[in-house]
Ligand binder design. Structure first.
Ligand SMILES: *[C@@H]1O[C@H](CO)[C@@H](O)[C@H](O)[C@H]1NC(C)=O
Ligand SMILES: *[C@@H]1O[C@H](CO)[C@@H](O)[C@H](O)[C@H]1NC(C)=O
Ligand SMILES: *[C@@H]1O[C@H](CO)[C@@H](O)[C@H](O)[C@H]1NC(C)=O
Ligand SMILES: *[C@@H]1O[C@H](CO)[C@@H](O)[C@H](O)[C@H]1NC(C)=O
Ligand SMILES: *[C@@H]1O[C@H](CO)[C@@H](O)[C@H](O)[C@H]1NC(C)=O
Ligand SMILES: *[C@@H]1O[C@H](CO)[C@@H](O)[C@H](O)[C@H]1NC(C)=O
Length: 484
């Protein structure tokens, strides 16, 4: 995932080469192809409007032909080294038009543009919410509220192709946040636009994209996705050629040693889901088919039971068994297919060779032996995440009432979901293991790598420190609970 180089010299040369290549690409990308295109710039966002309002496309002002101030072309993001507060409105490139912050109280008739996004500063990160909304978000907003389940996930540009597979398998909306600092941003957006153009239709209709980056690595101006898309006139996408020709290089994360703020991205994607139920998952975990409708039937059956039993606000989440499959096989879509692969020794429980306890739920071998009717979804087992399962890191369908993930924990540091799990234990959550649904990692079985361990060691040290503090705070807040 990250640049790993043993030889220092080789590493330096490689990074330098790529940085230069990235700079070259970006200059080309921005300058040569843009000279005649009027661009629009968002200088500052408005505060979050009423979510109902956002189902309409909130447009930008009609062209106002403001005089643009010519300055030499430059990279359009800032660097921590020189991020002195530039007067943003003064440094306008020749093909840039300035857009003042939208005034929510003003009528929108004069606008005909599409942009539904808002930005939020979240500690050192800037979040761009709904930068590219799903088309269905506008067309059928009601279908995106109740009567569905959102799959929320996150990633860096290297992983975005998995979203095609996710949305093909998921019968509901997806909320995806992309961590894209500095030079990663244009690369990520181009990939998203490619997926929307060339990927399965569900990418356009069902996937809403958000962005996250360090505020010091933000673009000086964030162009609208429509403006970014205009590049296509100059460099058309060749769908049959796949991602290959798109491979713009961006090494900012490795050259600046930026850790991936996975929990920021995770929380953003989850919180921006428009449905009550959310599956907050990882981008490489493919769900089995037909989960949403079956799940909704399951919860309505449970709601009936709760009503009869007088249970008001049950604390429960619905967890998925997770698997890995050998590189050579396609990811199973049904339990019957999965069970066959496991029997043949081609699929195993997720992270079996890395952290077996992390996915060891009660009676899991029994789970593999039971094969419910194909069109059903029920509960295999109700359990707690307690001793001896304190390392269990299930992925589950829950709601936004569950605690968020701590945003100081990074992906490199590992155990990034553990404290949230611990919190659910202290809050005495029930874990309902689903009987006929699962997640399977994109093909390829993971083994431990010493190089990876070494590289991540300093981040693990940091995460552990945060983790220990968190546990202490949580014990104070909830009181300790036996078994957690
Ligand atoms: C920034 O630009 C605005 C609008 O052009 C101007 O009013 C303001 O004085 C400028 N601020 C600085 C620090 O130059
Ligand atoms: C927004 O527009 C309204 C009505 O046009 C005006 O009264 C208000 O001052 C404006 N707010 C800002 C922040 O410009
Ligand atoms: C939006 O404005 C542009 C330029 O003014 C115009 O060409 C286009 O047709 C308009 N689109 C809609 C949907 O009104
Ligand atoms: C997209 O979303 C709609 C509405 O939520 C759903 O019916 C459909 O199955 C989803 N998936 C695809 C692949 O279109
Ligand atoms: C698109 O890609 C395919 C496959 O790589 C190639 O055969 C074709 O010539 C390309 N088309 C254009 C217009 O570049
Ligand atoms: C891939 O799997 C097939 C069976 O599905 C097998 O015949 C083939 O040898 C496998 N190839 C490799 C490289 O493992």
């Amino acid at each position: 995932m990250w640049l790993r180089n043993e030889g220092r010299l080789f590493g330096v040369v490689f990074v330098l080469f790529n940085v230069l290549l990235a700079v070259f690409n970006v200059l080309n990308y921005r300058v040569t192809s843009r000279a005649t295109v009027p661009c629009v710039v968002i200088v500052a966002p408005t505060p979050a409007p009423d979510p109902r309002q956002q189902h309409r496309r909130a447009p930008l002002p009609a062209p106002q032909a403001r005089t643009a101030v010519p300055v030499p072309p430059s990279l359009t993001w800032t660097d921590p080294g020189n991020a002195v507060s530039e007067n943003q409105t003064a440094s306008t490139t020749p093909h840039t038009r300035i857009l003042l912050p939208r005034n929510a109280t003003e009528p929108e008739e004069s606008y005909n543009y599409t942009s539904a996004w808002d930005t939020e500063i979240r500690d050192k990160y800037t979040i761009v919410k709904r930068y590219i909304p799903a088309d269905g978000f506008f067309l059928r907003p009601s279908g995106f509220d109740e009567g569905s389940v959102t799959l929320s996930t996150q990633g860096t540009f290297e992983f975005l192709h998995h979203v095609s597979e996710l949305c093909s398998r998921w019968d509901g909306p997806l909320s995806v946040s992309v961590y894209a600092p500095g030079t990663d941003l244009p690369v990520a957006v181009r990939k998203i636009l490619f997926l929307r153009r060339c990927g399965p239709i569900c990418v356009r209709t069902n996937v809403t994209w958000h962005l996250a980056y360090e505020t010091v690595l933000a673009p000086v101006r964030l162009e609208s996705p429509e403006e970014m898309a205009e590049l296509e006139q100059y460099e058309p996408f060749n769908c049959s050629a796949g991602f290959g020709p798109l491979e713009l290089v961006s090494e900012i994360r490795s050259s600046k040693k930026l850790p991936y703020p996975i929990n920021v991205a995770r929380n953003v994607a989850r919180q921006l889901a428009t449905t009550r139920y959310v599956l907050a998952s990882d981008i490489e975990l493919y769900p089995s088919l037909n989960i949403v409708q079956r799940f909704l039937q399951l919860v309505s059956r449970l709601a009936e039971k709760d009503k009869n039993a007088g249970i008001v606000k049950p604390r429960r989440v619905f967890t998925f068994p997770i698997f890995e499959i050998k590189k050579n096989f396609s990811a199973p879509k049904t339990k019957a297919e999965l069970v066959k692969r496991v029997k043949d020794g081609h699929a195993i429980f997720f992270h079996k060779w890395v952290c077996d306890a992390c996915q060891n739920f009660p009676r899991r071998d029994q789970w593999l032996r039971s094969l419910p009717p194909e069109d059903s979804l029920g509960v295999f087992e109700v359990t707690k995440r307690q001793m001896p399962r304190t390392a269990w890191e299930p992925i589950y369908i829950g709601t936004n009432e569950e605690p968020l993930y701590d945003e100081r924990l990074t992906w490199e540091g590992k155990r990034d979901k553990m404290s949230q799990m611990y919190e659910l234990c202290l809050m005495d959550y029930d874990f309902y293991v689903l009987d006929n649904a699962f997640l399977v990692h994109a093909p390829g079985i993971k083994t431990l790598s010493n190089l990876d361990q070494r590289r991540r060691a300093p981040f693990m040290y940091k995460n552990n420190a945060v983790h220990n503090k968190l546990l202490a705070q949580m014990k104070k807040k909830y009181g300790s609970r036996k078994g957690c």
